[in-house]
Design a protein around this ligand. Structure first.
Ligand code: SF4
Length: 156
């Protein structure tokens, strides 16, 4: 590798690291809440658990202003096209969190009306199991998402 290439490579990788660091601490969530898990989602958003310290305190109800889709609660077959549309409206880079066992696998709603896991409709980056997950689990999932954002190749 020439000196110029090694200097450019160093600069690019450091810039990528900086962009990853900035992105992981500026998470704008879109909460797609359909069921009882929403209560625990709201509990996590309170000052007691303080999502702001992870840079995820600001919620957006417009998919075009959000980069993380939090899918919270059971997704019915009728709701599936709406979820897909919301996902498609979000700009890249974007990430998806499956919140609660219903979104991860359909949970105990083993019937024709329920989607058996949202990853059959859209890609999922982090799964948070539990019925409902405790706020500590949610924060753990959020930190895993931050690690993923930091590690991923950033467009420079
Ligand atoms: S995982 Fe449990 S708490 Fe969450 S939406 Fe499903 S049934 Fe409700």
């Amino acid at each position: 590798m020439s000196i110029l290439n090694s200097v450019t490579g160093f600069f690019t990788s450091k810039l990528e690291e900086a962009i990853g660091w900035a992105r992981k601490y500026s998470i704008f969530q879109y909460p797609f809440v359909t069921a009882c898990c929403g209560m625990e989602y709201m509990a996590t958003a309170t000052s007691h658990y303080d999502m702001d310290r992870f840079g995820a305190g600001l919620v957006r109800f417009s998919p075009r202003q959000s980069d993380v889709l939090f899918v919270v609660g059971t997704i019915s077959q009728k709701m599936a096209p709406v979820l897909k549309k919301i996902y498609d409206q979000m700009c890249e880079p974007k990430w998806v969190v499956a919140f609660g066992v219903c979104t991860c696998t359909g949970g105990f709603y083993d019937n024709y009306a329920t989607v058996m896991g949202i990853d059959t409709i859209i890609p999922v980056d982090v799964y948070i199991p539990g019925c409902p997950p405790r706020p500590e689990n949610v924060l753990d999932g959020l930190m895993k998402l931050q690690e993923k954002i930091q590690r991923q190749k950033q467009a420079v």
